[in-house]
Design a protein around this ligand. Structure first.
Ligand code: B12
Ligand code: SF4
Length: 484
């Protein structure tokens, strides 16, 4: 069959606040690349379209010119409106095309999305590789997909949810993601996320055993690890084919198994592959010997999701970490020569503006190389979202297109704060963090590539915009006060 796999049309305006649009980039979508690789291996011809590069009309034309028998679309909740429009437009032009969707948004609220459009034939719930393969085989044969696990379909005018698809036991059985089907030369990472280019993204594992309130555990808690030799094979392939200098690992919990990390580092060094790499770790899962081994094997930066500088709020978020553990992890990481990227959220249920200011101070104390501050966003499927739907925690916008953590307004406002306060904390955090002579000196002394010079320039422009916004917010506040 001829299958078009599509990331719906989107741009920085859809996912970013005005003041950070200049620093946004576009990474490929690993989940869809895995699905593409498995469908290609099953003998299908694939067209992979990235919505960042094309308009809705251009993508529709390409899909129709390709004469696709089926159309699979990646869905996160924020971009559902775009995905829906695209599916409806293609279906209108070619009513016989079989349409299906998958991804986090699709998995978290399949019934809602299916009921939202007539033009959708199936939703792949959860991990997509095997379900999509079986679904496409059934459509090709003309048989009913009703006995395939992991689907929501329409049968006799009613919705039918088939039994859940078990998660894959052995990730090593999967082919490499089909990066060769993507226009790799047109992607570029967001500034601040890598130290140099070309950079490629990868996954060494799937899953996390944590239970954070705001996190969607699509795969449950069982962590599955790929063999170190296969991970390094994939890196070697990217180096040879794409001249890659840096790898960004999107694993949720990279240091879950120390044995696995040592195995990976040893394999990388034995093969003499010189690449820089970047990972996300939990602060309670690192120690000095492990960090030293990671540094030796090329790890240049570790991302710790710190979230708050107030213990009470870490507990609300069910992080199962203490401020001291975080301090120690960041200190150890810096001591072996690895930089840190730390992320923080504002608008935690029960958090006040003053608590937010404490988080900013904690961020300054940790002194990471790069930082990000987000309004908390309850994504469907998370315990936070379920609580909000029951009237707990605070109020939330009903529009799916507001479900981003980088937008101009917060999607969710806790009872303990206002939306303006959340946005003010975000601005203040960046301003207070970056406008410190000591920090600016540290950043200037640590420029690792021309890419980072460009990154700093774009970052500086964003910051100046934030300063402007902050001045105008203060001015408005003063006028309001004097009028009341
Ligand atoms: C890597 C990543 C990114 C990267 C790459 C984005 C991308 N397009 O893939 C970057 C940094 C660019 C990014 C950006 C954003 N992201 Co992001 N990202 C992730 C992350 C960390 C990993 C995703 C991943 O690759 N997983 C591994 C692969 C193998 O799994 P998978 O994606 O689930 O794919 C499997 C199934 O879902 C399914 N599947 C996936 N797509 C499809 C399509 C079809 C047709 C089918 C049949 C099946 C299928 O099969 C795949 C293989 O089994 C997840 C968090 C997480 N832990 O998963 C968040 C996550 C997906 N991101 C999220 C969000 C919100 C965003 C942003 C909107 C951020 C923002 N501004 O607010 C932007 C949107 C940009 C965009 N256009 O996608 C949310 C989505 C929440 C939701 N309810 O929809 C998540 C879940 C994080 C979170 N906050 O909880 N993200
Ligand atoms: S540690 Fe990270 S990936 Fe794991 S549950 Fe918490 S937020 Fe999710």
């Amino acid at each position: 069959m001829r299958i078009a796999l599509v990331v719906p049309p989107w741009g920085p305006d859809d996912i970013r606040a005005k003041d950070t649009r200049g620093i946004s980039g576009c990474w490929p979508t690993p989940g869809l690349q895995y699905v593409a690789a498995v469908l290609r291996d099953a003998g299908h011809e694939i067209l992979f379209l990235e919505g960042f590069f094309y308009t809705n009309e251009e993508m529709k034309r390409k899909t129709l010119e390709f004469n696709a028998d089926a159309l699979g679309v990646y869905v996160i909740s924020l971009l559902w409106d775009k995905a829906k429009q695209f599916i409806e437009d293609v279906k209108e032009a070619n009513p016989t095309i079989y349409t299906f969707i998958g991804g986090h948004g699709a998995t978290a609220m399949p019934e809602t999305l299916m009921n939202d459009t007539e033009s959708l034939d199936a939703i792949v719930i959860g991990e997509g590789e095997i379900t999509s393969r079986e679904l496409m085989a059934a459509i090709e044969e003309g048989s009913s997909p009703g006995n395939i696990k992991g689907l929501l379909i329409k049968e006799n005018g009613r919705l039918l949810r088939t039994p859940p698809r078990p998660i894959l036991d052995n990730l090593d059985e999967l082919p490499f993601p089909a990066v060769d089907l993507c226009e790799m030369d047109r992607y570029y990472p967001s500034f601040e996320q890598v130290s140099t280019v070309p950079a490629m993204q990868m996954l060494a594992s799937r899953g996390c055993d944590g239970s954070c309130l705001y996190c969607y555990k699509m795969y449950g808690k069982r962590i599955r690890l790929r063999s170190p030799s296969l991970i390094v094979d994939e890196i070697e392939y990217y180096k040879n084919e794409y001249g890659v200098r840096e790898i960004k690992f999107w694993d949720e919990h990279f240091t879950f198994s120390h044995e696995h990390v040592y195995g990976f580092c040893n394999e990388l060094m034995e093969r003499g592959l010189k690449v820089r790499w970047w990972v996300s770790c939990r602060a309670d899962s690192v120690d000095r010997p492990l960090l030293k081994a990671m540094k030796k094997a090329g790890c240049w930066c570790i991302n710790y999701g710190v979230e708050s500088g107030v213990q009470k709020h870490l507990d609300t978020l069910m992080k199962n970490e203490t401020l001291d553990q975080i301090r120690e992890a960041v200190r150890l990481t810096h001591s072996v020569g690895i930089k840190t990227h730390t992320t923080y959220i504002f608008g935690i249920p029960g958090e006040t503006f003053e608590d937010g200011l404490k988080t900013i101070e904690f961020a300054k104390e940790l002194g990471s190389f790069t930082v990000e501050f987000f309004p908390i966003t309850p994504f469907p499927g998370t315990p936070l979202y379920k609580g909000v739907m029951k009237g707990l925690f605070g109020t939330m916008s009903e529009n799916l297109s507001d479900q981003g953590m980088l937008l101009d307004r917060p999607c969710f406002v806790p009872f303990s704060m206002t939306a303006d306060e959340i946005m003010e904390l975000r601005r203040l955090a960046y301003i207070k963090y970056f406008f410190r002579p000591k920090f600016l000196f540290y950043r200037l002394m640590n420029i690792m590539s021309p890419f980072q010079v460009r990154a700093m320039w774009s970052g500086a422009k964003s910051l100046l915009q934030m300063v402007g916004e902050q001045i105008s917010a203060l001015w408005k506040k003063t006028i309001n006060r004097s009028q009341s």
